[in-house]
Design a protein around this ligand. Sequence first.
Ligand SMILES: [Zn+2]
Length: 192
Amino acid sequence: MHMFKRAALGLTLAALPLAGVMVATGHDGFSSSNVAAQVGRVCIQDNTGGVYSNEVSQSISSVWNPRVKNVQLAACSGGITVTAVASHPSGSHYQGDMRGHGSVVIDRSQVNQGYLPLRVVAHEIGHGLGLYDNYSGPCSELMSGGGPGTSCKNAYPNAAEVNQVNQIWAGSLRNAGPGEVTLVFPTARDAK
Ligand SMILES: [Zn+2]
């Protein structure tokens, strides 16, 4: 865990010059005033082959970046990869360090049951930003996942979830993560 923390810090520092370039060129909605050493940067790589590319892109530009201030997402490699598979025994899930690294697998058969794909993708990326599942939460909570059922079409974190991400990334990765975890998209199936 200690070793990992040091590795993560190294990655953050290495990414800083790039963040500076992005400010200068005004790319990706990075806010010019507060992109500094205190803002974390998480790369999201779309490996869905176009299947959920829109959802990956929207998760970056519409869901997370406009809401959180201490971390910003960008389309690049070396962070979280998002892959789509026909089906997976665990359903859609995230595996990683909950601090900007890992892999998201989107189970297409689960999405086809009626879950909003943007909610699923944004939820799994939420794990990568440090949030845990809260199966019993309402639809207004992103991390309640499939708990509220397929009728839930909310793909955005609520204020409490945004606040939690900002606290986790305050000072850019100063708060240690839990280490390697695997978290599945919780659905009614898991509640039984
Ligand atoms: Zn989850």
